[in-house]
Design a protein around this ligand. Structure first.
Ligand SMILES: Nc1nc2c(c(=O)[nH]1)N[C@H]1C(S)=C(S)[C@@H](COP(=O)(O)O)O[C@H]1N2
Ligand SMILES: [Mo]
Length: 266
């Protein structure tokens, strides 16, 4: 880390970020690219199929159609990654000086005016609301910073810096008494919805984030609170969380219903 082109201010931010994150390893974007090339080779045909599909998509317009090759790769990844994820794996994190701007992508569920007094509705395994939590209360939980690569299934990626609470801390405070295996997270109007399994919900890199690249979220980036989950494409990173349902049935998922694999892992 010595001898790079970082300004003293960036170096200080990085030092603070390192102290804030509990991640064992923070690598530069260049190291990451080298390693991903290597690990893509390591995964052989399965990884390459997904990678080829990912790159191929970069030249496509937004489209509901999934190229056959990418779909094949995704389905294999679904098998492979749901096994790998259970191995205590952690998403790569980066130094704060690598962070990039990110475009606004996807506004489903964000059409209605943002309610400043938004309360998150918590729904139990019997399907009924048992509690509401003022969204601002989440900021009372321990705050964590994470710089990682957001990947969109459309074929672009950006390294972004999130600030938020661990979803596991939120769960510890608010979960229902009954056992549950999955979470359904939905926008207040329920137009956009994602499902995650219990493992992902408790992963220590799964955040409910209120800030992007150091500033509070804007409405189109998911204010007041959005989901950030490691190993998952952007389609799982729900913006504007309004409802969290604890359930034992694998929840409905907006893009799963439109042909993507349920885990949407990379
Ligand atoms: N509510 C909602 N959340 C959403 C989407 C959406 O359309 N509506 N799009 C998803 C997709 S496909 C991506 S890539 C990211 C984009 O986040 P950004 O707009 O902050 O870049 O949000 C995800 N979360
Ligand atoms: Mo996306």
């Amino acid at each position: 880390m010595i001898g790079d082109a970082r300004t003293p201010e960036e170096a200080e931010r990085e030092r603070r970020l390192r102290a804030l994150t509990d991640d064992g390893e923070i690598i530069t974007a260049e190291q990451y690219r080298q390693r991903s090339r290597r690990s893509f080779l390591g995964f052989g045909a399965l990884g390459l199929a997904g990678y080829a599909g990912f790159n191929r998509l970069q030249n496509q317009d937004e489209s509901d159609r999934i190229p056959a090759l990418l779909r094949w790769g995704l389905e294999r990844n679904d098998d492979v990654w749901s096994a790998l994820e259970r191995d205590g794996a952690r998403a790569r994190t980066f130094s704060i000086s690598d962070r990039e701007d990110i475009r606004v992508n996807g506004t489903i569920g964000l059409e209605s005016p943002l309610d400043d007094a938004l309360e998150i509705s918590l729904v139990g395994v019997d399907g009924s609301e048992y509690r509401t939590v003022p969204v601002g209360d989440v900021r009372n939980l321990e705050s964590h910073d994470m710089v990682w690569e957001h990947k969109c299934i459309e074929g672009w990626a950006n390294i972004v810096h999130w600030t938020g609470a661990r979803l596991s801390d939120f769960i510890a405070e608010h979960q229902p008494d009954d056992d549950w295996q999955y979470l359904s997270l939905r926008t207040p109007d329920e137009e956009y919805y994602v499902g995650i399994d219990r493992y992902t919900a408790f992963h220590d890199q799964t955040l409910v984030a209120w800030a992007l690249n150091g500033d509070d979220l804007t409405p189109d980036h998911g204010a007041p609170l959005r989901l950030v989950t490691p190993f998952k494409y952007g389609i799982k990173q729900l913006k504007r969380i309004g409802i969290i349902e604890f359930t034992n049935d694998r929840p409905a998922d907006y893009w799963f219903e439109r042909g993507y694999d349920w885990h949407a892992s990379f």
